[in-house]
Structures are given as structure tokens and as C-alpha cells.
Design a protein around this ligand. Structure first.
Ligand code: ADP
Length: 479
């Protein structure tokens, strides 16, 4: 089948978080199953300097706010694949720092993301591609679905198309000014007003033929007030078309055997290089430390938002570091509260805490591959990819039992020697403290450490399985 995927992020071209990884992994999975994905995304600043992309002879004409615009189209493929990626050029909208505009988002994000959606349809018309599935991702490209119903479903290329919305994070919804959106789209206000404004995610949900949350647990959680972010009644209304499919991993990119960002490769049969890698990371990121390298190394790689639960570290990590129970290496950026928390920690404990602020793909791979434990104490977690990556490298996840973390990490049981992670339930300092203590104790027990690592590395979250589940759903929709 032909699947049009439009996303705000796509690895490796434009990445902030997991949305980028899965937006490229899914089409790779679909393509391996014999389907034909086509990807469209905005041509953000700097893409053409970092990647090989070429300008096509296609230009899309689109009317927005009563004015006709021309958008040149560029093309590339996902690295190592034949999957086409089209980039919509609109320098006044996309030639800016970053993707969304932090911290509050660019004021014209409504227009920026509406245009990429509209251009995606127009591009399919230019290319004469009959689209079976339109795959929208989060609020950014949720507007594909009202566009299908309002404008394009009468076109022969889209007459049988089905629209699927994948929700990667229900917290971000795209609240726009209603009048401005009506002026931009020429849609009728009555059917789009929601709580006095325009909510892009809600609009996508209304028009979707199927809604996929990125884990089965999250599909249940968003039905509740605690996790629905104000849209729980909408999810409940549409629960008949809401399912959960756990995200997957492209192991060609994220595995200890093939990872192109690390140099000490290893496998389940021989972990000696994992230890070499850990020692190398310690030499590089704790250069003045004389404290023994054999302490357990905890890793964090994250966007910093309150979602990720790092508030729980307050008081707990200081205590363990003072007792020299572990080392901590952190990579991340985002909310200033967390940035300054980790900066302060590093300056208090430079021998045992290293903090790198910013985005660094290579360091992310090093931390995931070479740490002993990976910490994700999330308040909520729709799926979470880093724990899936960590598992494959035998880096034991310490996670809260929530959303996709609950669906992907099994608590290690000392009796049966089954399980691959350390799990805690309550969102409390005490619960995290106990989880860390259990981790340190497990680390001392060579046999159990070997078992848990072995189990972790055998856990299989390959993208092929996720892609298959999507295709099964698409097939049912098209019947
Ligand atoms: P989320 O999408 O909520 O940020 P996920 O676990 O789904 O969380 O995905 C996070 C992705 O972003 C992973 O690929 C992770 O390695 C990457 N990542 C997060 N922060 C950074 C960073 N500062 N530098 C490099 N990669 C990062």
C-alpha cells in the first residue's frame, strides 16, 4: 500500500526527541514489509548543509490566507534506504532556529504546520500517487485529517484514503486562535470550536479513522483525567477507534554490534567491550576523578520537561553520590529548572557527576551503550524509546511503572531470574531511592547482573513487529 507520512520531525534530518526516531523507523518497517511509504517534512534551516538533498523541478502552489504562495520541493531518501523524503521549502516559515521555537513555540506554528500538511496533498497530486493511508503524527500534522475530509477526499487519488493519527504525546495539543485558523483554512467555525479556541490535536482526533497511541498502557491512560490532558472525554467518545501499539526500534541503528556512533562494539556473547566503553566514557567525562571506575554508572539522556520526573532525584542522588555509591552521567536540555539542577549537581560533585547540556547524538549513543543503568523516573511516558535502546545494550533501565515503560520493561525477579529492569511504582522520592538501592545491590551480585543483562539484550522490540501491527490495522481500515 502507499502510505503518506507527514511529521514535524524525522531522524536524522530534524530531531528533538523520539518522534524523529519513530517517524523514520516506521516507514523503514513498512518498506521491509513490501509497502511504499512517502515522507514529507518542512525544509528546516540547515538541512541541505548537513545532508544530501536535491531540489526537484516541482513547485507547489497553495492558497493560504487568501494569498497564493509557491513552495519549491526538495528530495532525499532515508539514509541507506530507498524511501523518498520530500522537503517543503518556505524560508519565511522554516528557515529559523530549531523546529518548534522554544520555549513557547513560534506564534505562527499553526501556519507552519498547516502548510506542510496541505503541500503534502498537493505533492501527491503532482506525483500522481494514489494514497491508501495518510499517517499523521501528533498535533503538528493532525491537520492532514480535516484537510482530507474538507478538501481532498473528493479527489480521485484520495477518494479511498484512510486517515490515521498517531499520538506520541497527548500533552502537546496545538492550541491556536480559532478565527486565524478559519481565515487560513476557510473551514466553517462551528465544527472546529473547542473550549473557545482551536485545538489541532482534538481536530485530528475528530477526523481520524483510527487513533494509535504509542503503547497499549498509554491508550488506556489517556482516557483518564490524570493523563488525558483535558481531552479524556474526547478519547472516551472515540474509544472504539483508539488502540495502542508499542513503538519499535531499528536495530540496524541502535545495537551494540552495529551502532555507528560507538567504537567498542560488543554482543550478548562478550560484554568486555561494554566495560572498555564505560572506562573510556569515565576517562573523558570525569577526567579529574580518582574514584574507582568500577562504581555503577547511571546514565540519563533526555529532553528536560516535568514529564520526565527528574524532580524525584532531588535529595536522593546527592545522598548516594556523597556515599560514593555510583557515578551519574547526564545529557539533556530543556526547562531551565532542570538544566540548573544538573549544573549545580555537577559543580558540587564534579568527580562523580558529569552533565553535558545540549543535543549530542553521539554522546547519547555512548551513554546508552556503556552505562550500567539508565534512569527514566517519568511522571508519564507515552512510550519512551531510550529504555528500549538501553535494553539492547544490556544497560539496565530503572523506570517508573507507567505508560510504555510499563509495557516494555519487566521487573527482575531474583528467584526466577526473569526480567530485565528495575521498576518502581509511586512517584515519590522514597520509591526512587529504594529502586536505586536495589540497583546497586544487584550490581554487586555478579550472577544476577549477568542474568539481567542477558535478559535485557534478548528483549525484542524490533520495528518490524510494530510496523506489522500498523499494517494489520491499515489493512482492516481499507477493507
Ligand atoms: P521523548 O520523545 O519524550 O523525548 P523518547 O525516549 O521517546 O523521549 O525519545 C528520545 C530520543 O531523543 C532518543 O533517541 C534519545 O536518545 C534522544 N535524545 C533526547 N535528548 C537528547 C540529547 N540531549 N541529545 C541527543 N539525543 C537526545
Amino acid at each position: 500500500m502507499n502510505i503518506l507520512l507527514v511529521s514535524a520531525e524525522l531522524a536524522p534530518f530534524a530531531k528533538v526527541g523520539g518522534l524523529a526516531d519513530i517517524s523514520s523507523a516506521l516507514p523503514i518497517g513498512w518498506s521491509r514489509l513490501g509497502h511504499h511509504p512517502i515522507i514529507v517534512l518542512p525544509k528546516y534551516r540547515g538541512i541541505e548543509e548537513r545532508y544530501t538533498i536535491t531540489k526537484t523541478d516541482i513547485t507547489i502552489q497553495c492558497t493560504v490566507f487568501d494569498t497564493e504562495h509557491s513552495f519549491p520541493v526538495w528530495k532525499s531518501t532515508l539514509p541507506g534506504e530507498h524511501i523518498p523524503v520530500y522537503f517543503i521549502e518556505a524560508d519565511d516559515l522554516y528557515d529559523r532556529p530549531g523546529i518548534y521555537g522554544n520555549p513557547d513555540g513560534y506564534e505562527d506554528n499553526d501556519e507552519r504546520f498547516y502548510i506542510v500538511c496541505k503541500c503534502a496533498f498537493e505533492l501527491m497530486i503532482k506525483l500522481n500517487v494514489k494514497v491508501d493511508i495518510i499517517s499523521a503524527h501528533d498535533y503538528h500534522t493532525a491537520l492532514l485529517l480535516p484537510l482530507l475530509h474538507e478538501t481532498y477526499s473528493i479527489h480521485p487519488l484520495f477518494a479511498k484514503s484512510k486517515g490515521v493519527l498517531t499520538i506520541h504525546n497527548a500533552q502537546y495539543q496545538g492550541w491556536y486562535d480559532l478565527q486565524r485558523v478559519m481565515d487560513m483554512t476557510k473551514w466553517q467555525q462551528e465544527s472546529y470550536m473547542w473550549k473557545g479556541g482551536f485545538n489541532a490535536l482534538k481536530t485530528g482526533i475528530d477526523h481520524a479513522d483510527l487513533i494509535i497511541a504509542v503503547s497499549p498502557s498509554y491508550a488506556q491512560e489517556i482516557l483518564t483525567k490524570e493523563f488525558g490532558e483535558g481531552l479524556e472525554s474526547v478519547y472516551s467518545q472515540y474509544s472504539h477507534k483508539l488502540i495502542g501499539i508499542l513503538n519499535g526500534v531499528d536495530y540496524a541503528f541502535w545495537s551494540p554490534e552495529h551502532d555507528m556512533h560507538i567504537n567498542h562494539h560488543f554482543s550478548i556473547d562478550d560484554l568486555s567491550n561494554k566495560l572498555m566503553g564505560k572506562n573510556q566514557v569515565i576517562d573523558e567525562y570525569f577526567p579529574t576523578s580518582t574514584i574507582e571506575k568500577s562504581l555503577p554508572l547511571l546514565g540519563i539522556v533526555s529532553r528536560f520537561t516535568d514529564q520526565k520526573g527528574f524532580d524525584l532525584l532531588h535529595g536522593v542522588i546527592e545522598e548516594y553520590i556523597q556515599e560514593e555509591k555510583c557515578r551519574l552521567i547526564v545529557l539533556g536540555s530543556g526547562d531551565e529548572t532542570y538544566q540548573s539542577f544538573f549544573r549545580d549537581l555537577q559543580s558540587h560533585f564534579p568527580k562523580l557527576i558529569s552533565y553535558s547540556q545540549g543535543y549530542d547524538e553521539s554522546l547519547a549513543h555512548h551513554i546508552l551503550a556503556y552505562s550500567d543503568f539508565f534512569l527514566l523516573p517519568s511522571r508519564f511516558e507515552p512510550c519512551g524509546l531510550t529504555q528500549l535502546y538501553a535494553l539492547r545494550y544490556g544497560t539496565i533501565p530503572i523506570v517508573r511503572s507507567i505508560g510504555g515503560l510499563k509495557d516494555s520493561v519487566q521487573a527482575y525477579d531474583f528467584n526466577s531470574q526473569q526480567g530485565d529492569g528495575i521498576i518502581f511504582q509511586d512517584f515519590t522520592h522514597e520509591a526512587l531511592k529504594t529502586a536505586l538501592m536495589n540497583a546497586f545491590s544487584l550490581y554487586e551480585q555478579t550472577h544476577h547482573l549477568h542474568c539481567i543483562r542477558h535478559n535485557a539484550m534478548l528483549a525484542d522490540f524490533s520495528i518490524e513487529n510494530t510496523a506489522k501491527e500498523y499494517i494489520n490495522q491499515f489493512t482492516q481500515l481499507l477493507q
